[in-house]
Design a protein around this ligand. Structure first.
Ligand code: SAH
Length: 218
């Protein structure tokens, strides 16, 4: 495992400060940004830029989300310690490390084999790890461990997969970016068996949430 350093910690403090100035309010989320070494989730060649608020390639034509986006989605999730959280789109694993740091029991799903394997190896030696990394199509959710208190989708969905709604507990929250070229951050709170309360926020740009056969990189 590569090292963390005082310099990296200093850069993380600056990044947390920037995110707070942009409107992230949760002290827990900002603490996660200050603690989780994002540079370890990136290729070594990108290390010097890891604490800029930017997205970077992580392989298989995918990207790690902007820190602001991670913080924004995490804040909307209102995660409390002990909650069961499903993440669709493991990617680099950074978002699931943030959720694990917050005390969630994280189940994360990735459909690109290369990224799934990389995340499995990475988390063997990393402190804040998901409970399970699963290789499958996240549009179907992960019914075996449902229901979930929280579900977060980290890829842009053309429409909200029904399976995710079905696997959310009553009182649970789903955070999902919805749209084709740009996505509206969408929050669905499950009020009852068939009752959802929807709130939408600003525009974001995610890589697409793909179904089981689209765009697999081998
Ligand atoms: N949460 C990630 C963001 C990665 S980008 C991070 O912190 O780095 C979005 C990820 O969603 C990509 O890795 C992509 O392969 C994955 N993805 C897209 N469609 C998916 C699907 N149907 N099921 C599971 N993962 C999917």
């Amino acid at each position: 495992m590569r090292n963390d350093s005082l310099r990296h910690k200093g850069l993380r403090n600056q990044l947390a400060q920037q995110l707070s100035e942009r409107g992230i309010q949760s002290a827990h989320v900002l603490e996660a940004i200050r603690v989780i070494p994002r540079h370890l989730f990136l290729d070594k060649t990108l290390e010097a830029h890891a604490y800029e608020d930017r997205a970077f390639p992580i392989g298989a034509e995918q990207t790690i989300s902007h820190p602001y986006t991670v913080a924004f989605q995490t804040e909307l999730l209102e995660v409390r310690s002990g909650m069961k959280v499903l993440e669709i789109g493991t990617g680099s694993g950074y978002q699931s490390a943030v959720l694990s740091f917050l005390g969630a029991e994280v189940f994360t799903v990735e459909r690109q084999l290369e990224l799934f394997r990389k995340a499995e190896v990475f988390f063997r030696t990393f402190q804040w790890k998901p409970k399970l990394i699963h290789y499958s199509d996240g549009c179907k959710g992960l019914s075996k461990y449902a229901p979930y208190d929280r579900i977060v989708v980290t890829a842009g969905a053309k429409e909200i997969p029904n399976a995710l709604l079905a696997q959310l507990s009553i009182g649970g929250i789903l955070v999902i970016p919805v749209g084709e070229n740009q996505q509206k951050m969408t929050v669905l709170e499950r009020k009852g068996a068939k009752e959802f309360h929807k709130t939408t926020y600003g525009d974001f740009q995610f890589v697409p949430l793909l179904n089981s056969t689209e765009g697999l990189v081998r």
